[in-house]
Design a protein around this ligand. Structure first.
Ligand code: SF4
Ligand code: SF4
Length: 454
């Protein structure tokens, strides 16, 4: 019998092969504990960043087995990275978290037929094949537009033929847009005058189906600020879902496809308006550093990826005229929720606020616990519905304290989580908006009605 071929692991795909100094950085000070939503909820050391790092180190050292319990623990972690912001030692928890989850999937300690099938379908098929994803999106749109969703909901509610968790999940199904990004944005959108910059625009996967209007608004805002915007009509998922769920090879596959789509060297920046995607897109250099064909391009890509707010502030965006019309048609009070992967993952806090403060006739008030995770965290609301719901309710409570009629935020997962959280409480007086949509609306209102009396 032939000996089994050795597993070809990238250095950061396993706790045993990654740079051991990353694990050694933790000095067990505990500064991260009060910032960790799971630790604060349970008070258990194993549910804390410090506890999880200790478990990971035990596995890397071979002192602990990679068990089902460890697998469950790592999937109880939100991956919100609040611990990274708090950590005085600069522990790269994001790298540890992805390596640990990759180990869990490779060893199959959480394997179950239903789980395997769902992961294969979602991560392996739907989110690696953009045309298939759009086809599924069209089907979902038709299902919603024809009113079948209401009928199915009524049947599920009345007959209780499916488990409670499935019914809760069905209620969270996002509303799909009738037109996707490639139908709203031309492949090359030119600004009115001579272009100052040339940028690529990432349209995403969920963002493309559910928030294509935000992609269109982003393209318009970029063009209004002198950017020529290149938007390839068919794009791949950024791969963050794969990387955060222990599938680094699939993450590398879609990263290579995205690198093939954009002329990276010819662009001044590659723009994303989704925090979770941005955080991962900036890590392509790291993800593909062992790939001889793509490493250099991936490095350049990482340097050029910018969140839309980060880019606009860096190039000196044009604020709407202070006396101009409100973007919403009336005076509003607005608050801002900080998506984890924007504030903790990318350290971007000031820029979105700067854009929002520039909106005419909009009063901005700070949200208590603005950087506390809302419980969306990729597919956490599906895998850990109870903890997700607790965080969702906590976020809605904080929003209510501000008296705001708009919550601005820059990530599709948080957007859906807030919309669902508000709907669950029957709150219809608060809208959730992306900063790009508000800025685009302000420019449009200004064009329709030039600055007038206050
Ligand atoms: S990523 Fe978030 S949930 Fe996970 S250990 Fe860090 S702070 Fe806690
Ligand atoms: S703050 Fe950093 S160094 Fe301190 S215990 Fe947490 S992860 Fe370790």
């Amino acid at each position: 019998m032939q000996p089994a071929a050795p597993l070809l692991l990238h250095r950061h795909d396993s706790l045993k092969t990654l740079d051991y100094s990353v694990l050694q950085q933790c000095m067990h000070c505990g500064f991260c504990l009060p910032t960790c939503p799971t630790y604060v909820a349970t008070g258990l050391e194993r549910n804390s960043p410090r506890g999880r790092i200790a478990l990971m180190r035990g596995i890397a050292d071979g002192a602990l087995p990679l068990s089902k319990g460890f697998g469950k623990e790592m999937y109880f972690c939100l991956g919100c990275l609040a611990c990274m912001t708090a950590c005085p030692a600069g522990v790269d928890y994001a790298q540890l978290f992805e390596a640990a989850r990759a180990d869990i999937e490779r060893t199959g300690v959480l394997r179950r037929p239903g789980r395997d099938w769902t992961r294969r379908l979602l991560l392996g098929e739907l989110f690696t094949r953009p045309r298939l994803l759009r086809l599924a999106g069209r089907a979902l749109w038709a299902y919603q537009a024809l009113g079948l969703q209401g009928l199915v909901r009524a049947i599920l509610h009345l007959t209780r033929v499916v488990p409670e968790s499935w019914r809760r999940l069905e209620l969270q199904t996002p509303k799909v847009q009738p037109r996707f990004s490639h139908e709203l944005i031309p492949p090359i959108l030119k600004p009115a005058g001579r272009p100052r910059f040339r940028v690529g625009l990432l349209t995403g996967c969920v963002q493309d189906l559910v928030f294509s209007n935000i992609n269109r608004d982003t393209a318009e805002v970029l063009a209004a600020n002198g950017c020529e915007v290149w938007t390839p009509p068919v794009q791949f998922c950024c791969g963050s879902l794969h990387a955060h769920n222990g599938e680094p090879e699939w993450a590398r596959k879609v990263a290579r496809r995205n690198l093939d789509l954009f002329p990276v060297a010819e662009l001044d920046a590659i723009i994303t308006n989704a925090a979770g995607c941005g955080s991962h897109l900036k890590a392509y250099g790291h993800l593909l550093k062992d790939d001889p064909e793509y490493a250099e391009r991936a490095q350049l890509w990482s340097q050029k990826v910018k969140d839309a707010s980060e880019w606009l502030v860096a190039i000196g965006f044009r604020p709407p005229a202070p006396g101009g019309p409100s973007p919403t048609g009336s005076r509003e009070r607005l608050t801002y929720h900080e998506a984890c992967h924007l504030c903790h993952g990318q350290k971007i806090s000031r820029e979105p606020r700067e854009l929002l403060r520039a909106l005419p006739k909009v009063e901005m008030v700070e949200l208590p616990e603005a950087t506390w995770c809302c419980g969306s965290a990729g597919i956490y609301n599906i895998t850990q519905p109870e903890m997700s719901r607790r965080l969702q309710e906590r976020k809605v409570e904080q929003v209510l304290k501000t008296g705001a009629s708009i919550v601005a935020l820059g990530n599709p997962g948080c957007h859906l989580q807030l919309v669902n959280g508000l709907a669950a409480r029957g709150i219809t007086s608060i809208r959730v908006e992306h900063p790009m949509s508000l800025l685009a609306a302000a420019y449009r209102a200004e064009a329709a009605k030039p600055a007038s009396m206050p």
